[in-house]
Design a protein around this ligand. Structure first.
Ligand code: UDP
Ligand code: MG
Length: 307
């Protein structure tokens, strides 16, 4: 059995050597066949050179360096593409995730999980990060129905098949457990150690919360309605149209009875609801055309093929 450790990094020069040493220690103790894939996400510091030196010493190290900073999801995606291990473990490069958790993660995969997510139960981050993060995790868990506490932990383990199946782009790395769950994979969670950031600083500012929120919509939409957009837009469209229609009907009856309706705010509401409803419906239909026009089976994960 081979493990691939996938590590996205952006300006983490101070951490890399220590990170490598700790990982190697664990892998050697466990006697594991391994490769370590570093994805340098366009670092402006000396990270890439340090990695090159490591590669010189250890040819189980692979390095992919981006031309510019493309984001953690892009880096993970590149790593996933190249990973050849039976189990793929992702980890942050800033020493906040503890490589000593690797054996536990592997054990969980071997006991039947397809994806195991770390849970930073005791989290060593500033409070400005932990509180919004709790809220984010709570909402995500409620809306998606997945009972895990920490969606965004950098430390995760995947069965190879899972990562080859799921496309990651934008900032969707936060939702990998959701995407996997919706494809029918067994997602689990274990409590992991989490350290304070020793060197450098966080690469995600307060904007992460806004983008995380947008991505939640994307994920909810893609997982439920990608194959049937009209079911979502049509529902709201019809609701809006019917409400508008009833309002207009009511006003029409009044008009026939001789009441003036021209200056009633209700008239505007009725007209507005009808227009918005028809637009929403049309967007749903256009969505259906887009879905229909490409033969896309990347949404389904095949468990077994017997031919
Ligand atoms: N990272 C990356 N590209 C980016 C931002 C971050 O590869 O554009 C890496 C970063 O170097 C680290 C991991 O993603 O290895 C997690 O980032 P960070 O520690 O800043 O996130 P936090 O722990 O604050 O959530
Ligand atoms: Mg970090």
């Amino acid at each position: 059995m081979k493990v691939s450790i996938v590590i996205p990094l952006y300006n983490e020069e101070e951490s890399l050597l220590e990170l490598y040493d700790t990982i190697i220690n664990v892998l050697k103790t466990e006697n594991l066949n391994y490769e370590i894939i570093f994805i340098d996400d366009g670092s402006k510091d000396d990270s890439l050179n340090i990695l090159k030196e490591l590669h010189f010493k250890d040819n189980n190290i692979k390095i992919y360096g981006f031309q510019k900073n493309c984001g953690k999801s892009a880096a993970l995606s590149q790593g996933f593409k190249k990973a050849s291990g039976d189990i793929v473990i992702t980890m942050d490069a800033d020493l906040q995730d503890d490589p000593n958790e690797i054996p536990k993660l592997i054990e969980m995969i071997n006991s039947g999980h397809d994806l195991v997510s770390g849970w930073k139960k005791k989290r060593n981050d500033p409070i400005s990060k932990t509180i919004p993060s709790k809220l984010f995790n709570f909402i995500t868990s409620k809306l998606t129905g997945i009972k895990i506490h920490d969606f965004n932990c950098g430390l995760k383990a995947y069965r190879k098949k899972v990562i080859k199946d799921i496309p990651v782009y934008g900032e969707l790395h936060r939702y990998l457990p959701v995407l996997a769950h919706w494809r029918g994979y067994k997602v689990g969670e274990i409590v992991v150690l989490h350290h304070e950031r020793k060197y450098g600083k966080t690469k995600f500012g307060a904007r992460r919360f806004l983008s995380g929120f947008f991505d939640l919509f994307t994920v909810l939409f893609l997982t439920r309605y990608r194959q049937k957009p009209l079911h979502l837009f049509g529902f709201f469209g019809l609701l809006s149209f019917l409400t508008g229609f009833i309002i207009s009907l009511y006003l029409t009856i009044l008009w026939f009875q001789g009441y003036g309706i021209g200056s009633r705010p209700l008239l505007f509401l009725g007209v507005l609801l009808i227009i918005v409803g028809m637009q929403s419906f049309s967007i749903g239909l256009i969505g259906e055309m887009i879905t229909n026009s490409k033969d896309d089976d990347s949404m389904y994960s095949v468990k077994e093929i017997i031919e």
